[in-house]
Design a binder for this molecule. Sequence first.
Ligand SMILES: Cc1ncc(COP(=O)(O)O)c(C=O)c1O
Length: 402
Amino acid sequence: MKYDFDRIATPRGIGSVKWEHRKGENGLEAWDATEEKNGRRQVLPMWVADMDFAIAEPIRRALAARANIPSLGYTYRTDAYLSAVTGWMRRRHGWTVEPDWIAMAPGVVPSLNMLVRTFTQPGDGVILQPPVYHPFYMVIDNNDARVVRNPLRLVDGRYEMDFDDLEAKAADPAVKMLLLCSPHNPVGRVWSEAELSRLGEICNRHEVLVVADELHADLMLYGSVFQPYAALGQAFADNTVVCSAASKTFSLAGMHTANIITPNPALREQVAAGLRKAAMFGSNPFGAAAVQAAYDEGEDWLEQALAYIQGNVDFMAEFLAEHLPQIRLIKPQATYLVWLDCRALGLDQAQLEDLTLNKAGLYLDEGYIFGEEGAGFERINVACPRAILADAMHRLANAVGP
Ligand SMILES: Cc1ncc(COP(=O)(O)O)c(C=O)c1O
């Protein structure tokens, strides 16, 4: 089936976070800034990582079928669900996952929160590689652990890990965990086998648990190949807990269904205890049905979506090079979140925000929310119809001016 990615699938009035809200002082607040005036949308929301595309038809069918079963009691994993997850990991990533390694959870962030709580004591250090997905800071703060920064380095337009710094940070006995973002949000890096092995060897040597957030693993662009952390070898599998979900891949974030995959039985017991302690039980019937259908029957849709997204990145790269060379696009190897280096505009943070939001009418994620290393950058979500992206680029060019 040929899918149409040129249309926005989200109507107003369904409570969409992306389209009907913005970040406020105390969490989300309702926002009507996307209203049209004089035929122009006031603000284009290109922030939170949701796609604008309609979900894959097999998922829609599976949800409709599930809605026809008049029983919505507590739901836990079935063999069919587990086989969909393990089949996907084997087919797409060459990773053999045993069904009993998998625990279901209501999301990756709640899982990370539970894992920090389970595997650290107050005051323990947790290594992050900023600029990085901002809730990573939150889950550490929530549990009175301590953020230990191992910043990525931008070398010739590509982000790299700083292994010497990592070695020094991991050597501190109070450092107990590293939160790995693989692939990396927001810089779009797909970490190579060599990079991950080097990171893992350092962490193993210093008994630092690697919690691998592999949520963006399926969103490979430009022929990149994802390396599952736990598939690096036994020593790596033994010292990791992996968080995974179909939610970014298939735009199912609202389903609140994720998987925690723990190959090591001793760690798995601790994860199970942590889930109980956090009262994180099971899933929901629609989430389970959607994930199962996505993994079993969604590949065709995903391939088309990725081709469209890559076309969007190419379009944006060409547009910026031609019309806005002051804004440098960090070419993503994965994800539909593109990291824009706006430092050459010479604006401070307030001026940059004023430019993007008030002058251009684009609601982006400001770089600094990912850590101080992100100051002067913006993250833009390009999982949208190309016409929206073209509108956004023209708005930006007009706002910057000649
Ligand atoms: C790296 C990463 N982890 C976790 C999440 C959120 O996961 P969940 O919605 O399952 O909590 C996101 C969302 O964009 C993300 O980019």
